[in-house]
Ligand binder design. Structure first.
Ligand code: BGP
Length: 475
């Protein structure tokens, strides 16, 4: 039976655009995250030109991690972190994305940040593209619908692989690359691929083409990375929300199976190095004559990943809708699961689902796994005693760690590490809110931008400190 090894990478996860702030400091360019508004009442974020003065764009200031990271990394070390996942903001290194020479001030910032981590024996775990591609690549090239963006991304990847080859071992290419499987979601298309669908365009077809170029870029980046440092471990990053059939009715089971294929074919390409047959057939049925060359397919086969990084928050359910094409449309085909409870943001909490997906990934790809996001977004309050008593978050994480341990100790899954999302309060990607908090550390910043950015250790800070100190034995 497997155990959580002594070098199990307990840690926490963030993303540059959700906490660094300093959005135009030291030469940084405008990223797609910088032109996203805060959430409206339905928590839907808008996309605008964001660069107008005076707009309260939550990503612009974040929690000022850019200047305060020594204090925050010290707090992570106090919890006992062995790893810290964050992203390199592409626009700190190449402000517009299509330059040939990098911005030295941006490279220096991450040199200093990684050195601060290594000072405490905390391994940086780095995402190359986390919803923050240069906005210039969107306006000038149309985002990932343009094959040229592959080379711009590879220039960025090679630059940072070389610069940090002795400081970073664990990398991943595109954060939640499969969110865009929901091709109706403007948020997913824009943050994953910088896509803005024009009137009359087939969003699904444009998404397949953009995803193809990203997958080729990922495969080529893996090969480049391994040439720079053969010890690199380069993973993919999949948003994993399993989709269960609502009933045992065969048509519901068939629908759920196609739903899983539709959301996770990206992992097939990342891990097997080829497209699944069902998708090739589907694209043929749809007469999608995509720009996929023989050389592309060779690159996909040569650039498979070393591990499966994934986020896990919730599970979904679906049921047969009478269509014969089996086509799964995430916007319309999800139904509530009566057996699980939802958070105040409607996310269906399902800790057993974590054990399910760890087995699903193991069965499909049999690669090491890394849970690089898991967490409970909730409104926290600083009580009269000056503390934040976040027992709901402790209960959520405890339940998920229990299932995670079963998948390792009973089912034999090879798990590299666990980095709960938003280990310090930061800006919600989906809603632009600070009030949807995930952290072990509270940050005094509110949705309207007010607050003094003070950090407060929540109850979960001390709980997680004990979890790490006992390697997951004390929960
Ligand atoms: C994932 C993203 C993270 C983070 C997380 C929580 O989709 O990879 O960047 O945002 O979700 O979601 P939210 O911030 O919308 O609550």
């Amino acid at each position: 039976m497997g155990q959580l090894g002594k070098d199990f990478l307990w840690g926490g996860a963030v993303a540059a655009h959700q906490l660094e702030g300093a959005w135009q400091v030291d030469g940084k360019g405008i990223s797609v995250a910088d032109v996203m508004t805060a959430g409206d009442v339905n928590h839907q974020r808008g996309i605008t030109d964001g660069v107008q003065p005076g707009n309260n764009y939550p990503n612009h200031e974040g929690i000022d991690f850019y200047h305060r990271y020594p204090e925050d990394i010290k707090l992570f070390a106090e919890m006992g972190f062995k790893s810290f996942r964050t992203s390199i903001a592409w626009t700190r290194i190449f402000p517009n994305g299509d330059e040939t020479q990098p911005n030295e001030a941006g490279l220096k910032f991450y040199d200093d940040l990684f050195e601060e981590c290594l000072k405490y024996d905390i391994q940086p775990v780095i995402t190359l593209s986390h919803f923050e591609m240069p906005y210039h690549l969107v306006t000038e090239y149309g985002g990932w619908r343009n094959r040229k963006v592959i080379d711009f991304f590879l220039n960025f990847a090679e630059t940072v692989f070389k610069r940090y080859r002795n400081k970073v071992k664990y990398w991943m290419t595109f954060n939640e690359i499969n969110n865009q499987a929901n091709y109706h979601s403007q948020f997913a298309l824009f943050t994953n691929s910088g896509l803005q669908i024009q009137p009359g365009e087939d969003a699904e077809k444009v998404m397949y083409q953009a995803a193809h170029y990203e997958l080729v870029a990922s495969a080529k980046a893996v090969q480049i990375g391994k040439q720079i440092n053969p010890d690199f471990k380069i993973g993919c990053m999949i948003a994993m929300c399993p989709i269960y059939p609502l009933t045992a009715k065969p048509e519901d089971v068939l629908k759920a199976e196609r739903a899983m294929q539709t959301r996770y074919w990206f992992a097939d390409v990342h891990c097997h190095g080829r497209y699944p047959e069902w998708l090739l057939q589907y694209q043929k049925n749809q007469h999608y004559d995509l720009d996929i060359t023989a050389d592309d397919l060779k690159e996909l086969a040569a650039g498979t990943v070393d591990y499966i990084g994934f986020s896990y928050y919730m599970s979904f359910a679906t049921k047969d809708n009478g269509e014969t094409t089996l086509h799964y449309d995430e916007e319309h085909d999800l139904v509530p699961n009566p057996y699980v409870k939802a958070s105040e943001w409607g996310w269906q909490v399902d800790s057993v689902g974590l054990r399910y997906v760890m087995n699903w990934f193991n069965d499909h790809y049999h690669l090491p796994e890394f849970i690089v996001e898991n967490g409970f977004g909730a409104v926290d309050h600083v009580e009269a005693d000056g503390q934040v008593h976040d027992s709901n978050r402790i209960n959520y994480l405890r339940d998920h760690i229990i299932q995670m341990k079963k998948a390792v100790e009973i089912d034999g899954v090879d798990l590299i590490g666990y980095t709960p999302w938003g280990c310090i309060d930061l800006v919600s990607a989906g809603t632009g809110q600070m009030s949807k908090r995930y952290g072990f550390i509270y940050v005094d910043k509110q949705d309207d931008g007010t607050g003094n950015l003070a950090r407060i250790k929540k109850d979960s800070f001390y709980w997680y400190q004990k979890v790490i100190a006992t390697n997951g034995d004390v929960l």
